[in-house]
Design a protein around this ligand. Structure first.
Ligand code: DGY
Length: 329
């Protein structure tokens, strides 16, 4: 019996790729080349499944060019790189990696928020430039995190984990806005208060974005929203590029209409809006919120679990579109 072929579209832990080799003929990419859309489509020729990351776009055109493809398994919780409707229409399974990265991503989001509030990157750059000549009472004076109002846009698993850190660890008042309000038993231990988006923007001392990217959340934070925020407020984005209008944010930071920002994700990444690179009051990191050894291994393992189950008649643990199961062929 011929074994199914799969593509591992990006470099990943070798022992985890070996798990796929036990079941499939594997074409991997240890050099971690970034494939163009045409190259990715060509690489998928004859493949029944693909291990992908958030950088690989799976759309109708690619699926039509590869009608044999049955499963695309993302090593990411976010799956805005996959056209799920196109997958549904063609009976292709999409999977993601929820839960395993929740706490790690929340740690990083909280750290970024603290770095913005306490001006850590800005002051470190000043020190490295050799500009530190004396202590002074107002040097890099920032705003407190403990006891402040933490605003969260998008109160899913990661949003709730950030809220827990703020409420239980730092005595913060938690307010949030979400498509739907949390159940009272989830709100109560956090003292979390559901508010309108406008109230969230107006009241938060530190606003953290954890909302999934979609057409509905595109530029959820733009010039109009930034104008509602306190001049002393900080904004942290660990959600997706595109949730924030980066040009509008750079302008607001430059004009000190908000105090500071911290961004792990960017519109059009890995490109970063040039204006963000020149404003001092922003912390910039290259999409690493889930990047710990344990968590990245868990994400890769879960993506592989999904791919193996999908193509061997098992039950994929974290399908995005379970309605396509069982897969044909
Ligand atoms: C995710 O899992 O969605 C993270 O952004 C890593 O890509």
């Amino acid at each position: 019996m011929t074994r199914p072929s799969v593509l591992v579209a990006r470099a990943v832990f070798g022992d985890i790729v070996d798990r796929l080799r036990a079941h499939f003929d594997v074409e991997d990419n240890p050099q971690d080349r970034i494939f163009t859309k045409a190259e990715l489509s060509a690489k998928l020729a004859g493949k029944a499944g693909a291990f992908i990351t958030g950088s690989e776009r799976i759309d109708a055109e690619l699926l039509d060019a590869n009608p044999q493809l049955r499963a695309v398994c993302n090593m990411a919780v976010g799956y805005n790189n996959i056209d799920v409707d196109a997958c549904n229409a063609r009976g292709v399974l999409a999977t993601n990696t929820p839960d395993v990265l929740t706490e790690t991503t929340a740690d990083f989001g909280f750290a970024l928020m603290m770095a913005a509030a306490r001006r850590m990157a800005e002051s470190e750059h000043f020190l490295r430039r050799g500009e530190w000549s004396k202590w002074s009472y107002d040097m890099f004076i920032g705003s407190d995190v403990h006891g402040a109002t933490l605003g969260i846009l998008g109160m899913g698993r990661i949003g709730q984990a950030i809220a827990r850190r703020g409420a239980l660890g730092f005595g913060m008042q938690v307010i949030y806005h979400n498509r739907s309000r949390l159940a009272p038993e989830l709100e109560a231990p956090l003292g979390a208060r559901y508010v309108s988006k406008e109230a969230l923007l107006r009241e938060a001392d530190h606003l953290v974005l954890v909302v999934p990217y979609s057409a509905a959340s595109h530029h959820a934070i733009g010039a109009a929203e930034l104008a509602l925020m306190k001049p002393s407020a900080t904004l942290t984005n660990v959600a997706r590029g595109g949730v924030v209008d980066d040009a509008a944010l750079a302008a607001a930071l430059r004009e000190r209409r908000i105090a500071a920002a911290a961004l792990d994700v960017f519109e059009g990444e890995p490109s970063v809006h040039p204006d963000l690179l020149t404003v001092p009051n922003v912390v910039l990191t290259p999409h690493i919120a889930s990047a710990t050894v344990r968590t990245r291994r868990a994400m890769a393992d879960l993506a592989v679990d999904n791919l193996i189950a999908a193509l061997t008649g098992g039950t994929p643990p974290t399908p995005v579109n379970p309605q396509v199961l069982p897969l044909k062929g």
